[in-house]
Design a protein around this ligand. Sequence first.
Ligand code: SF4
Ligand code: SF4
Length: 64
Amino acid sequence: MPVVIESDCINCDMCVPECPNEAISMGREHYQVDPNKCTECVGYYDEPACIPVCPIECMVLVAD
Ligand code: SF4
Ligand code: SF4
């Protein structure tokens, strides 16, 4: 169940340093999460670290 960044992302860069797996990077038009790298932060934090720092709440957990 990786995190997905929705298309309304404003490219603010806030989420990038939060990710322990370096799963977040700039995509063609907005930031994106590599589903092969995102582990939902298991082993690092109790909850996904990226979601609460997003100022416009455009990061969501999705089913595989
Ligand atoms: S949930 Fe954790 S591992 Fe996944 S993208 Fe967010 S910060 Fe990175
Ligand atoms: S914190 Fe939210 S708006 Fe900012 S780059 Fe990440 S996903 Fe996009």
